[in-house]
Write a protein that binds this ligand. Structure first.
Ligand SMILES: C[S@@+](CC[C@H](N)C(=O)[O-])C[C@H]1O[C@@H](n2cnc3c(N)ncnc32)[C@H](O)[C@@H]1O
Length: 261
């Protein structure tokens, strides 16, 4: 299985623990970008990564030959992005812009992108529905939306398995899916909430995947020390990702869709 750091057709390095966070999304995203390349007949797509941070996806996408604009409010993240893009030899294809998903069109063009990524951002924004609408409005007709956000079911399961039963129940009933005041995540979503939001914004949903179904529940030491365990876990995550029963207890949910023409 490839991962973002192995983009560009080179020999893939051994998967790292970080690939547990990115592998499923990257596989799905790469396929979507390939389809868009075929549909548009251009090798170099215009990609927008809203809340792209330090470039976990932006830099690998640029290594595939695409032009990527990252909009993020954090100057520190944008600084790290610039350094990372330079180290990867793609500084000319990655542009960091300080901005916010709510004021997206103050800094980027409406309807100007073949693909828009919105990964790990909706949890933190004031108005997730508006965030989704803006992400979709940045797409050209037929463009691909890649949306990743914290899943409610995964948090409930994780709190319960850690013995925090009241917190697990609290997350289930809390409108924002939070397990208590100490919860570092401001908001979580069900697959239905995410697919409804993107559908309402004008996107045809293509696939919904669960990300990190097992990875956050297994002891880290096992994955780090047991020979072959990381590879086996990555394959298990890939196999379970699209099955609704597992998806509903994943730490994150990934929705891939296409903007209606
Ligand atoms: C969990 S990180 C995810 C980074 C990256 N998308 C990834 O998947 O690795 C969340 C990012 O969202 C950014 N962010 C927070 N609020 C935002 C907003 N209102 N609009 C756009 N980005 C925001 C943060 O600065 C941070 O870089």
């Amino acid at each position: 299985m490839s991962e973002p750091s192995s983009a560009g057709g080179e020999t893939p390095p051994r998967p790292s623990r970080a690939s547990l966070r990115t592998a499923v999304v990257w596989e799905v995203l790469q396929d979507a970008l390939d389809r868009r390349v075929k549909a548009t007949g251009t090798e170099c797509l215009d990609i927008l990564d809203t809340g792209g941070g330090t470039g976990n996806f932006a830099v690998p996408a640029a290594r595939l030959g695409h032009r990527v604009t990252v909009v993020d409010p954090s100057p520190n993240a944008l600084f790290a992005l610039e350094r990372r893009a330079a180290e990867a030899g793609v500084a000319d294809r990655v542009r960091g812009v300080q901005g916010d998903i709510h004021g997206l069109f103050d800094v980027v063009e409406r309807g100007g992108y073949d693909a828009v990524l919105c990964h790990g951002v909706l949890e933190y924004v004031d108005d997730p529905a508006e965030g989704v609408r803006n992400a979709v409005a940045a797409l050209r007709p037929g463009g691909a939306l890649s949306l990743l956000a914290a899943g409610l079911g995964g948090a409930v399961l994780a709190r319960a398995l850690a013995g925090h039963f009241n917190e697990a129940r609290q997350a289930l009933t809390d409108p924002a899916g939070r397990w208590g005041t100490g919860d570092p995540v401001p908001r979580r979503f069900t697959a239905e909430q995410l697919t409804e939001a993107v559908t309402a914004a004008g996107v045809e949903v293509g696939a919904v995947h669960g990300v990190r179904v097992f990875a956050d529940l297994v002891p880290g030491v096992l994955v780090d020390t047991e020979p072959g365990a990381l590879d086996a876990l990555l394959r298990l995550e890939a196999a379970a990702a699209e099955l609704p029963a597992f998806r509903s207890v994943a730490t994150q949910l990934h929705v891939l869709g296409e903007k209606r023409g």
